[in-house]
Design a binder for this molecule. Sequence first.
Ligand code: M6R
Length: 459
Amino acid sequence: MLRVRGSYAFGILFRDIPEKLYAVRKDSPLIVGKGKTGTLIASDVPAILSETRTVCYLDNMEIAELSADEIHFFNIDQEELEKKETLITWDAQAAEKGGYAHFMLKEIHEQPKAVQDTLTVYLHDNQIDFSESGLSDALLKKLERIYFVACGSAYHVGAAGKYILEELTGIPVEVDLASEFRYRNPKLLKDSLVVIISQSGETADSLAALRLAKERGLPVLGIVNVIGSSIARESDYVLYTYAGPEISVATTKAYSAQLAVVYLLGIRCALVRGAINENRCSALVSSVKQLPQQIAKALEDPERIQWFASKYINAKDVFFIGRGLDYAIGLEGSLKMKEISYIHSEAYAAGELKHGTISLIENGTLVIGLLSQPQLYEKTMSNLMETKSRGAYLMGVTEEGNYSIEDTVDFAVYVPKTEPLFAASVEVIPLQLLGYYLSVSRGLDVDKPRNLAKSVTVE
Ligand code: M6R
């Protein structure tokens, strides 16, 4: 182990010790569990859920020695270690398709529950309670800056979080891709909080960013789905999301649960700093509590999106445009489309189009306009018209009631009206469905798109 370079997770059998399996790891995750029929190693919990719910996480430079019915742990000096067991509360059925054609579709439909389960843990008598995480009001009160650091969709939650938290709390918020943050020698303010968002809790770049923040003496809050994962263990505070196991490579329910935690963080922070009063806080909490039903409503008519997707299976380039929070939602919609349908798409801040990208619009190019923010509606609408006059075919996603959108767009999708700051939770739904149905119509492997892994444990 001292001589192997890079990151790895190995299960090793020796010809002359046939009864034993040894497991070691460096930076890549490795879990060990005792199942009904023997002992097991795996890289992720869902793989062994049907066998056991009690797992141990191996750390770097540790060795697990497994026989059929015993597990022993040692450090690199071969001294025996006591390891803490983690109880996984996910049930085995949660890691099965349950009648759905794909895990992704099942997980899309599990979003009301994922958000509800997450809210239930942190909302007690309509009060936001983070006490179990140790995240104190005193810490939130003195913050000068918040840094959201993550990868992929989790980064898009951070991008939305910037708009939401700056608006609610008045605290300046920065958002960084973990792979950039870790190498850019970031200048971090003393009284700040680094928030690492991760479904798996094992993403190599996010973990490295966490370690960098800690080296610089900053408190780290992890928003993590997998209990006991590396990011959860190394963060100073953890707010878990309760999305359950997510199997599809393209994240949906974990993204939605992460958003829910970010809303609660923003509201709590704003309240303790006096940026909002009790009345506004209650109104926001009650809006958040409506989200599970509103997400369920946004999921009611998937066939319409399926029909629309079938018309665009041969699209070459698609543009998602929006301003403010809608831009952040577009980033996620575009990633969903790209990663599973392999159709190139880009999310653009609507006001940036005329600085170059509009030259790509030609007859029939699909442009998806996102219009959930009342104060930006007219502005985005006028950008949509600019693309239409250059031949674009327009899909518009907006809240129920904005029916005048039909005067401009060719295909309108309505989502329930929410507090504008929480619109991502409903607006992302048709975008996830669009990516999903495009992938299905093109005959692709929805749950395991080419070249991608669920947990990106290498940089
Ligand atoms: O496990 P994490 O949330 O840290 O993963 C981050 C990204 O790898 C992940 O969101 C990825 O972008 C997904 N494939 C998006 O659907």
